[in-house]
Design a protein around this ligand. Structure first.
Ligand code: KIV
Ligand code: ZN
Length: 531
């Protein structure tokens, strides 16, 4: 048997030719706030987007795609708010290849330190013919015009030929050469429907770089969807073939099966520095908190066996593995849990913590509550929580603030809830809610206390919404942890997710149900960029 390696396995170079190579910068373009938000039920408020954007900035994400400003006034305001507060990352707005969309994106990005407009038009035969009803000539012309319009607002212009994975390569070369000539600085190649295979997608990137005469003037980017579970593999194959920007999302959130997961791209490239000719500037120690933040805000739980950010990603259950890890960590671990932020949720506050400690921890977490009054009410709720729960972690604070910002915008508020369940008895709930200035109450039986609570709410509000998903997760560990409940409701073709957190999961459930009803009540329909 050979001797035990003295340096971590992942730092040993098994490809010595990359040893002294100067590494390129791999640009990380996060689209959680745009493509991620296109997941049904994942829509976020302006405040939630700002909170996630700050976390992405803290992680040193290079480009944050903050939304699609032409979708609705709400989207415009959210992109503007992100552009106004983010200083270190470039903030990007998506626009279809129309003058009106591009103008809207340009206006939303006015306050950005560094802004980018990302414009796109489809280039595959099926999209051009069936969706756009445009000829290939018209598409080239529109793409060139779009890039020139974007240049009125910024020199940082990204162009995407939508559905590139199913486009004709010769036609792609023609469009892309023309948009480079028009001033595009990044060419993003999307596998919009997640159709390509890793080798094929890598070859596509290499072919485009080789065949487009002015390709050396731009950065090649990729944007892969996960319909066949290949988004990360396709993106990495593209990187090996010269792509130097990857578009990705936290937890792989995104349209349908999602996008390439940021945490997997970053850690694959970092762990296999012996293999990749580039590296990112990401501070990976913020990955786990970013994952928790996005999961908490969207209500999309992270599966336990998810790479990097799943609860079991670094847990060794089997005896053989545990024994190996105890004897020598690198027998079964290729990354260190702490390098991606596991264990960083240190105990921070308790019931004796004062207002200043509370305020400064929120500031460290990048949470701005907006006013002294909001700080005071959130601090009071923190004290109530600290009475029930001994140790307060960062995750508890995120949940508390998320609850508080939702409460401020609510039409329906929970005032009180009594739920009763006992072996052999029918569960029963009594609820009092406020709607505007009125107090309304109802009671109901149910198959369990949560069911009884939801029935009581429906007796008052008669929303007629269809419950599509109900899930409970504990925010931290231990039975005194807050339960975080997600409720997904559908009504008239609209899907919304509501969430609520409390140490009592029946109360958390009531909050989540009301939060979903508040969203159904308030949110205007957004335009979808690709439809
Ligand atoms: O998947 C896709 O093609 C997109 C584009 C807008 C880049 O999201
Ligand atoms: Zn996409």
């Amino acid at each position: 048997m050979g001797s035990v390696p003295q340096i971590p396995y992942y730092n040993q170079n098994i490809f010595p030719e990359t040893e002294n190579a100067v590494k390129d910068h791999l640009i990380i373009f996060d689209t959680t706030l745009r493509d991620g938000e296109q997941s049904p039920g994942a829509s976020m408020t302006k405040e939630e987007k700002v909170r996630i954007a700050r976390q992405l900035e803290r992680m040193r994400v290079d480009v944050i795609e903050a939304g699609f400003p032409a979708a609705s006034n709400g989207d415009f305001e959210a992109v503007k708010a992100v552009a106004d507060c983010i200083k270190d990352s470039t903030v990007c707005g998506l626009a279809r290849a129309t003058e009106a969309d591009i103008k809207r994106a340009g206006e939303a990005l006015k306050g950005a330190n560094s802004g980018r407009i990302h414009t796109f038009i489809a280039t595959s035969p099926i999209h051009m013919e069936k969706k756009l009803r445009m000829s290939p000539e018209q598409v080239v012309e529109q793409a060139v015009k779009a890039v020139k319009w974007a240049h009125r607002y910024t020199g940082n212009v990204e162009f995407s030929p939508e559905d590139a994975g199913r486009s004709d390569v010769t036609f792609l070369c023609r469009v892309l050469e023309a948009v480079i000539e028009a001033g595009a600085t990044t060419l993003n190649i999307p596998d919009t429907v997640g159709y390509t295979m890793p080798e094929q997608f890598g070859n596509l990137i290499r072919t485009l770089r080789e065949r487009i005469p002015n390709s050396d003037k731009v950065v090649f980017s990729v944007h892969c969807h996960n319909d066949l579970g290949l988004a990360v593999a396709n993106s990495l194959s593209a990187v090996m073939n010269g792509a130097r920007q990857v578009e990705c999302t936290i937890n792989g959130l995104g349209e349908r099966a999602g996008n390439a997961a940021l945490e997997e791209i970053v850690m694959a490239v970092r762990t296999r520095q012996d293999f990749f000719p580039c590296d990112t500037h990401i501070d990976a120690t913020h990955i786990v908190s970013a994952s928790k933040l996005v999961s908490g805000i969207t209500g999309f739980p992270v599966q336990p066996n998810k790479a990097i950010v799943g609860a079991n990603a670094f847990a060794h259950e089997s005896g053989i593995h545990q024994d190996g890890v105890l004897k020598h960590r690198e027998t079964y671990e290729i990354m260190r849990a702490e390098d991606v932020g596991w264990g960083a949720n240190k105990l921070l506050l308790g019931k004796h913590s004062g207002r200043n400690a509370f305020r400064s921890r929120l500031a460290e977490l990048g949470i701005a509550l907006g006013s002294e009054e909001a700080l005071n009410t959130t601090f009071m709720r923190f004290k109530e929580l600290a009475d029930k729960k001994h140790d307060i972690f960062d995750e508890d604070l995120y949940a508390l603030v998320s609850d508080e910002t939702m409460t401020l915008q609510e039409q329906y508020k929970l005032l009180s809830l009594t739920a009763h369940s006992e072996t052999g008895e029918t569960p029963h709930a009594k609820i009092v809610i406020a709607e505007g200035g009125k107090e309304l109450q109802a009671e109901s039986d149910g198959s369990g206390p949560v069911d009884a609570t939801f029935r009581a709410i429906e007796k008052i509000l008669a929303s007629g919404a269809d419950l599509q998903l109900y899930s409970v997760n504990n925010i931290t560990s231990g039975t005194d942890s807050q339960g975080e409940v997600t409720v997904r409701l559908q009504k008239s073709g609209r899907i919304v997710n509501g969430h609520g957190a409390d140490t009592d999961i029946v109360v958390a459930s009531a909050k989540a149900y009301l939060s979903a009803l508040n969203k159904l009540h308030s949110k205007l329909k957004q335009a979808h960029p690709q439809v």
